[in-house]
Design a protein. Sequence first.
Length: 353
Amino acid sequence: MGMGWKNLSNKPIGVIGSGSFGSAVANILAQNRDVVLYARKPEVVQEMLLTRTSSDIPLNDRVTPTNDLELVASNCDIIFPIVPSSNFRDLMRQLSPFLHPYHILIHGTKGLDISLPKGMTLQDETLLTRENVKTMSEVIREESVVVRVGCMAGPNLARELGAGQPAATVIASQFNEVVHEGQRLLRNDLFQVYGSSDLIGVELCGVLKNIIAIASGALSGLGLGENARALLISRGMVETIYLGKALGGNTQAFLGLAGVGDMVATCSSTLSRNYTVGYRLAKGENIDQILETMEEVAEGVNTIKIAKRLADYYKVRAPITETLYKVLHQKLTVEEALTYLMRYPFNVDIDFL
């Protein structure tokens, strides 16, 4: 497949994962560079080639679809893996044989990876520690020789990005070079890119805000208004900061674009998958029905399960997370959950500042 990319400056950029966010990122990158977009299923690649669309987003002419991981790794020095967290480690294992220390990986996955000791399963009483729970950058490091790792996070609702609406994102990495490359590749007139050196903090922001987004959708599903949402977001912010600090992030990240910025966007948007899950729960559907009919993964559902166990282990008060956990797994109704949260004594406010 001679694509004729010779020197570094015009080498294409790889995007792995052709869901709505991966496709939107591919299009943003394609304004500056050629892009190779990987989808796992050959029939999806065929569809992209025929229709020149991916996840209902028209693809830029500079995007080449493929289902060959080796081709991505050999042609691209910079790769953006954007697949659900539950598939992320498997993907890295498949990609790893083709990766070299010169590769840069910037992921866009807002979820966590659980690794349990052999023979252990995730039962209700299993406590999780930071040892068992990995962010995606940690998975990349564990599974490959790649050193220069970063993440892309922020209020990036895929459908708005796909429609070319103005937005911004954060590229986080402990390597300045990764941040600068990310900025150079992604920035355009409608898309601003900020940098952060707190990789773990920014990853945790993206992960934990999805919990609050589910709660926010549930509020709307119950017919509550913006006052209640403002209360939820401010309480949710406090809760995620406590959890994030226990897991090794710092407060600054949570008060930036990837934290409060992303939280506000996801909690206010009917386009957000996590919001939709909460909304449908409040309307009386159960979680299995909801997940079966959703086209793409809502990371928050898995995150609630994990965050609840982490909060128990680290003895962090996380009332919103715990209450949602009961809604998902212990038959608490959304109405009961909300009544409980409204009465919860939130006397400690922002003593982390």
